[in-house]
Design a protein around this ligand. Structure first.
Ligand SMILES: [Zn+2]
Length: 346
């Protein structure tokens, strides 16, 4: 089986990857189109302790399901409905038993693994597995390329759901990468005044087409007048900038997993002379201006699929490069160079 993997030091393309093993409740999925995310390029920089097959953005076909005898009827019906169908999926694999799961917060399951990100081989391969319960069928009207955006779009929807919209608030989305451009589109559907701040004039043309206000990040005053700032920059400097833009008692929603220091869990924290400490973020404005700082990660896949089906967001214009899985090493390099979206057919 072919797979694009991270071996702990570098990404590698292999043709002898181990076939996935189906656990009870799992579906075997043959991906048809996959997307490269900045998380994948981050993993390839060695900033996490993940080793294995990369990838978590996919659309694929359910080839097989493994349900033990005595499975609940709802699961059996779901599996029967999805077999042979095109699906997308939630990427958190959860236990369903811990305190978080029982409280309805299964995305924070104490024992979770994450497809292609933590503890579980991902979708950049000929085949991979996910629990049937994670899957959502893709309507025929949503083609493979658009369906591949379900996961990042769900993340943008989740960010929007964290804002209480009262009296047309001013919202600034920081970052003109894929997540910033998706988030700005989702936010623009709220009763709010939304603008996107970026660094790449070539991406502003997309905002023009979508009717979303935009500015170059260096052209705006740091007036502390925004009700909400959503940081999709993927860098630690995004938080510092957000604190200069948001009004006192305003909200900052952080979508960037800021990790200036590549410290795997359990590893010693580098000493004070480590170069990665040279740009610390001053958190005093959070106290002085009584800011609300909200972290935001994965969102609801079914809602994302519904949005794609209703054509409420534009995603095809975010695709800047298309290639095949076997060219994955080159595709990862392309993705690193600031491409919005690199898709691979499998
Ligand atoms: Zn759990």
């Amino acid at each position: 089986m072919r797979a694009l993997r991270f071996d702990g030091a570098k990404p590698v393309f292999v043709t002898d990857a181990r076939e996935p093993v189906l656990l009870p409740g799992d579906a075997l999925i043959r991906p048809t189109c996959v997307g490269i995310c900045s998380t994948d390029t981050e993993i390839c920089r060695g900033t996490t302790n993940f080793v294995g097959t990369l990838g978590h953005e996919f659309v694929g076909i359910v080839e097989e399901v493994h349900l033990p005898a005595g499975s609940p009827a709802t699961l059996t019906e779901r599996a029967a409905r999805l077999k042979g169908k095109r699906v997308v999926g939630a990427i958190n694999l959860v236990c369903g038993k811990c305190d978080m799961c029982r409280a309805g917060l299964s995305t924070h399951c104490r024992h979770r693994t994450v497809l292609g990100v933590a503890g579980r081989d991902g979708c950049f391969a000929d085949r991979f597995t996910l629990p049937v319960n994670n899957l959502t069928a893709v309507p025929d009207s949503v083609d493979d390329e658009r369906a591949t955006f379900a996961e990042p779009l769900a993340s943008a929807i989740h960010a929007a759901s964290m804002i209480k919209v009262e009296g047309k608030p001013y919202i600034t989305v920081l970052g003109d990468g894929k997540l910033g451009l998706l988030t700005a589109q989702v936010m623009a559907r709220l009763n709010a005044s939304v603008r996107l701040l970026g660094k790449h004039p070539e991406k502003f043309g997309l905002c023009d087409r979508w009717g979303i206000k935009h500015r170059h990040v260096n052209e705006v005053g740091r007036l502390q007048d925004q009700d909400v700032v959503v940081d999709c920059t993927g860098s630690a400097s995004g938080l510092a900038l957000a604190m200069q833009l948001v009004r006192p008692r305003g909200k900052i929603i952080l979508k960037s997993t800021i990790s200036p220091l590549p410290i795997p869990p359990g590893a010693p924290v580098p000493g004070a002379d480590h170069p990665a400490w040279k740009d610390p973020v001053n958190l005093a404005p959070i106290v002085i201006n009584e800011l609300e700082l909200i972290g935001s990660r994965c969102g609801p896949i079914p809602e994302a699929v519904a949005m794609l089906e209703k054509n409420l967001v534009s995603v095809e214009q975010l695709i800047t490069s298309r290639t095949k899985l076997e060219n994955g090493l080159a595709a990862l390099e392309t993705a690193k160079k600031g491409q919005i979206k690199v898709l691979m057919t499998v």
